[in-house]
Design a binder for this molecule. Structure first.
Ligand SMILES: O=C(O)CCC(=O)C(=O)O
Length: 274
């Protein structure tokens, strides 16, 4: 994959709605990020934070966890995203998707933009960075090429206990599994996908954890249409539109100011995320 993307690669993304694999972190750096994540797991056991660490990992981790906001600001990732979204970029959300070895957790077929309150805009994308091998056996993501050309379709909420999505949301049309591509990634590689992409992932039947960081990038022109206000971290260029409350990356894990900001963001986003 070239940096920035070639016109052919840009055309491929526009046609398929996804691109992979893109080498963005040296393997050693991906291993260091994983070690940093696992040391937080050692340090912040049950009851040591106002909410379980897994909740911070899964919702807006970049607000309170420095390593997550550092990954989101990786210049190689930003160069690639800039090839597709232009020079001004903000991070709206950053989430860790972890599947423990030999477990049944899955992600059902869904379109991300259904639950974000950002409308049907094309001015966003997710970079999913692997911190461990994402293989068919470990439950890598699956994408249906071209499905982002469809509008947002109705979803049902299953609240299934093995679904990693907060409401177990699932698209209400039959997805033809044979048309999906397996998004196999090695640690340090990423995939990109559009927010209307039909995507899912299966259980982790491997011996290792499957760990990915999903970073949601938007352009300044994108607006929150459901919540009264919303927040984003400016990571490249400038934000002339001021649709977002900008904030700085955290300097330490779970610092007082960033924890207060975290609570404000969750309260404001509760109208959208439930
Ligand atoms: O990590 C997964 O298996 C699913 C992630 C996902 O749905 C997303 O990043 O939008």
């Amino acid at each position: 994959m070239s940096f920035p993307l070639s016109p052919a690669q840009v055309a491929q993304y526009r046609r398929d709605g996804f691109l992979f694999p893109v080498d963005v972190l040296p393997r050693e750096e991906a291993a260091n990020y994983r070690a940093e994540m696992e040391s937080l797991e050692q340090r912040y056991g049950a009851g040591s934070l106002p909410q379980p660490l897994s909740r911070f990992f899964r919702v807006n981790g970049h607000v309170v966890i420095p390593f997550m906001s550092r990954i989101a600001r990786t210049s190689k990732i930003l160069d690639v995203v800039q090839s597709l979204l232009g020079p001004n970029l903000l991070v709206w959300s950053c989430e860790l998707f972890i599947k423990e070895p030999g477990t049944r957790k899955i992600v059902s077929w869904h379109q991300d933009l259904t639950y974000w309150g950002l409308g049907e805009t094309d001015e966003q994308m997710t970079a999913w960075v692997a911190l461990s091998p994402a293989t068919v056996e470990s439950g890598c993501m699956r994408f249906v090429a071209g499905s982002h050309h469809q509008p947002l379709l109705p979803h049902r909420e299953t609240f299934h206990k093995d679904n990693l999505l907060s409401r177990g949301q699932e698209i209400e049309v039959e997805v033809e599994e044979s048309t999906a591509s397996n998004i196999v990634l090695q640690p340090g590689q990423m995939s990109l996908h559009h927010g209307r992409m039909f995507h899912s992932s299966g259980p982790n039947l491997s011996q290792d954890r499957r760990i990915g960081v999903a970073i949601r990038y938007v352009t300044p022109g994108v607006r929150q249409t459901v919540a009264e206000r919303d927040y984003a971290m400016l990571v490249r260029g400038c934000d002339p539109d001021r649709n977002w409350i900008n904030f700085a990356p955290p300097e330490e894990p779970f610092g007082t100011d960033s924890m207060a900001l975290y609570d404000r963001i969750l309260a404001d986003q509760s109208a959208v995320l439930g």
